[in-house]
Design a protein around this ligand. Sequence first.
Ligand code: PMT
Length: 243
Amino acid sequence: MACGEYGEGKMTEPNEIIKEILSYFNNKSKNNKLKALVTAGPTREYIDPVRFITNKSSGKQGYAIARSFRDNGFETTLISGETNLSPINGVKFISVKTAEEMFKETLNNLPVDVAVFSAAVADYKIKNFNDEKIKKVENLNLILEKNIDIISHVSKHNELRPKLTIGFAAETNNLYENSLKKLEEKNCDWIIANDVSNKEIGFDSDDNEVSIFYKDNSNEKLNKMNKSLIASEIVKRVITKLN
Ligand code: PMT
């Protein structure tokens, strides 16, 4: 090896390597007229200029999906809340903080052929936002009001709706029933559900295990694997559906 280590080695047969390279470039050129949009990471809902409510989303699952769309030739936009991850080369990257900003940027970047909403968007925002840092008081009351539901808005307006609108469902219980309810209520084509009560999958883990619920009432489970592999499985299914 270049590093000086030596010993017996093994490599993939050259024919297999050539096949992989050809399939990589064929896929790229086959899909290069398709556009994808992915939302990822958490949103922040500000209480005052320095305090906010958020959640544990790391962005790993959404970034992996955006990377897989790029690798398969899609013109890809990633709209991300604050995470520790770096923008992805070859992907249009838009950084946002609040759900409202994510909503506006989503609208600015439509139409697309497929949109995957993997962001953990806060369902509520602070109604009584304070322009100045709140002083310490004995009891502080916050009033929360509903945030705009980004995926529902997009999927229920025909002029905006991507051919394939895919939501995620983060569930801690009744995964099956809750996912089917979200599929219908949010007017999605697919809902990809993960059990976020399990620390080995879901929020901030490297792996995920998901069930995909389709509009035609069928569903399938993808067993626990790295989030990048889950992403390629999802994108593989998107390509089959769009072509
Ligand atoms: O980021 P990681 O650490 O890798 O974790 C990945 C994940 C667990 C965040 C991801 O796999 C996931 O489940 N994302 C969805 C989280 C979520 O907010 O789920 P929900 O069941 O509350 O929302 C359902 C769907 O509606 C989601 O597609 C969500 O993006 C969308 N939504 C929700 C609220 C809102 N106001 N607007 C929305 O568009």
